[in-house]
Design a protein around this ligand. Structure first.
Ligand SMILES: [Ca+2]
Ligand SMILES: [Ca+2]
Length: 186
């Protein structure tokens, strides 16, 4: 009975959130408030026009222990011509506008995918090239200790063109160490 009550409350809350409070974007479309809290703005396809992006999480089972279907999150865009990004093995997360890290005219997107367990994650950085999303740098391991030290996990290498500095985690003698290194960016 308690579960049913909770479910009804949840449903009601979701309905109220979606029906009462919308954020309008530049194209006049509305984004549900629940999603709007994690919506980012930027020029992600490099056409000179800003758009919105947000992540849609997969549905979880009632015990929140697994997904109903595949655990795939999708980053969607207010510009429907930009293909959504499917993130496998991800139950949530907040996309970050990293700015134009590779100087190709479009903003890169960073994502720390959420998962049920484990503090170890792979940080994902996407760049839009010729109508497709590719990794700007190979996904790199970060532990939540490193994340708690503060962002950014990736930034331009101001000393060398075409490179970025990443902050990542490594297990050294059973200790989690935060390291930084400069790597090329796509
Ligand atoms: Ca754009
Ligand atoms: Ca770029």
């Amino acid at each position: 009975m308690k579960t049913i009550k909770t479910s009804i409350n949840l449903l009601l809350c979701t309905y109220l959130c979606i029906s009462c409070n919308h954020l309008s974007n530049s194209t006049g479309r509305t984004i549900p408030a629940k999603i709007a809290t994690t919506t980012i703005k930027g020029d992600f396809n490099g056409d000179g026009v800003q758009e919105y992006a947000w992540l849609v999480s997969p549905k979880l089972t009632s015990d929140s222990m697994s997904c109903e279907g595949k655990c795939v999150s999708v980053i969607k865009f207010s510009n429907k011509h930009i293909q959504p990004i499917e993130v496998d093995g991800c139950i949530g997360g907040v996309p970050v506008n990293l700015g134009d890290l590779n100087k190709n005219g479009s903003d890169e997107i960073g994502l720390l995918p959420e998962w049920f367990t484990s503090c170890w994650r792979s940080y994902l950085v996407y760049t839009y090239k010729i109508g497709k999303w590719i990794y700007a740098v190979p996904p790199f391991s970060v532990h939540c200790n490193t994340v708690e030290e503060g962002l950014p996990l990736i930034e331009k290498d101001t000393t060398t063109k075409g490179r970025v500095v990443i902050k990542y985690s490594e297990l050294v003698n059973s200790e989690i160490i935060t390291k930084t290194k400069s790597i090329p960016i796509n």
